[in-house]
Unconditional design. Sequence first.
Length: 280
Amino acid sequence: MANKTWLITGTSTGFGRTLATFLAKQSNINLVATARNTKKLAYLNEFDHGQIQKLTLDVTNQQEIKSVVTQAQAKFGTIDVLVNNAGLGYFGTFEESNRDTVKYMFDVNVWGLVDMTRSVLPVMRQQKSGIIINFSSLAGLYSFPTLSFYSGTKYAIEGISEALSKEVADCNIKVMLVEPSGFRTDWAGRSSDKTLPKIADYQQFKQTIIDNAESAHHEPGDPERAVQIIFDQVVNHTAELPLRLPLGKLSTDTAIDKYTKSLAHFKKLHDLSASADQPE
């Protein structure tokens, strides 16, 4: 995988920063690291020997997206791996969530990812190769109370990515969803907004939101282990790259439990469901 170019969104903190640091240490990788404020990417300076490009990017700004893709291609010639990592969290009950905050989260988590991918796809189609890594979440597999809208963004990414993977397969482009559970990043702390319940009927969820915020940086997931797994899948398992990569025991255990129960549910309703069709 000599001189392959990775473009990562949201590299100032969290998974993006950990992955960017890991890639910056690889001798045969070109790294395009993006953030809304490139001053926050100074941590990469010690690894930079000409293979790192730091660019300003707000994924809600389509002009900046186009500029990043143009500059990356101009410097390195290719964009081989796109990592759509930039994202926000939000804790709040469905009824009490702030609509403007939720809408902005959809603009970042969903439309930012969509616009970024659409801008990179022509490059990858011309190359007849590429890998798109979309950061989803355990919340894209299972919906938890107080995370209804965050789950909504991740379920959207799941559906979009699954269809996209089928559309670009003949172009030798692969798509992988990364679905982490709790990891020691800034997600539950700085990178997510919170609205504590005020309605009496939802007071049972107030402590849930507080506990999640206080658990930041104490989660079981190790971001460094996670990015090594992602890198290994891309580099050494390209041919069988999974569409969905759950990371963390909670993520994979929850997915297995949910889909086992879902399978039994749909089997139970199979005949009733089929009866809605016209008789053959």
